[in-house]
Design a protein around this ligand. Sequence first.
Ligand SMILES: *Cc1c(COP(=O)(O)O)cnc(C)c1O
Length: 397
Amino acid sequence: MSQDQVEQPTIPYGMHSIDESDIRAVVGVLRSDWLTTGPRVEEFERVFARTVGATEAVALANGTAALHAAMYAIGLGPGDEVILPPLTFVASANAVVMQGGVPVFADVDAATLLLDPDAVEAAITPRTKAILAVDYAGQPCDYETLRQIADRHGLVLVADACHALGASLKGSPVGSLADLTVFGFHPVKAITTGEGGMVATLSPDFARRIRLFRNHGITTDHHARARRHTWEYDMVDLGMNYRITDFQCALGLSQLGKLPQWIRRRQALAQRYTVAWNTLPGIVPLAVREGVEHAYHLYVVRLRANVLGVDRAHLFSHLRHAGIGVNVHYRPVHLQPYYRKTFGTGPGLCPVAEAAYEEILSLPLYPSLEEETVDWIIATLQAIVKAPTSLSVVGCS
Ligand SMILES: *Cc1c(COP(=O)(O)O)cnc(C)c1O
């Protein structure tokens, strides 16, 4: 093995669950006449909307396409600004840029790493069009305050809830808290369609615009034209092919039924990690706000190197060597080369996110992860902290 080849971790940080009922659902579609733009797409959208407390949901090819479509739907144009946190996957900011918009990075709260409403307020200019909140790790943002700010300044409130399917705030599900809420179904997310995404909304107009954008800016699909016995169609705006297949949506429907049990499982495993840190000072879980039902897409801790006696890089490499697929979510987007060169962003812009980036570590968390494995991960972490110079690792039974 060459030096730069890295061994595949044996325990990933995130992982899908597929069972026989999922497989049967997909195969059923493959045996049918509808592979795309058919009944399973509509059914997935209908059930999904109900699940997340929305009236409309539009399924798309992936979460990034869903974000892009949301930016189209709000009428984002060249020079329009969207305020978002830097502690997110690059796709959140990229979607703004794809519509010609300018991403304006506002800092996060130090305890939760969620978008800080005061920082949002301070970033508003006459060009601000929208707030794009990110439910980092699966915890809903402070939507009550963000809603007040959005209303006061006439802004659209969009949620990147790719981490937060199944989460809620004071009993209201994520999907009902913003004007548009975006979800993704990549295999590491709460449910999977392989690749897939969704925008949920309470606005029929936003939903219509997203459907238009999903289908080349054409007002009808080929099924609608067949029903009306016409070959004519109107392309009224520039759009994409961001459609999703019926077999993906059949998988999504089958997965959605298991979401509540999977969220409970993620919460229980997260609690198991969190309890362990009581005897491991220097490992600090993120704060969870009052009234939050957390979806725990990620289990993130902050590592205080001065307390632990070892730093994040050391822990990261030793855990990886032990076969534990830890990860770092995320390098702040404003520090990415593309954003530095295109928008002149750089260090100092969001000091809270930048400081957090030096300390954060995502530990494995997914529904099929066993309690014993969580305990072994905790023990391995403990052993590395206690013997920082040795490479020794406790055995996995
Ligand atoms: C996964 C993710 C996306 C993009 O979703 P894809 O389906 O991978 O395109 C966007 N934003 C966040 C925060 C994500 O975690």
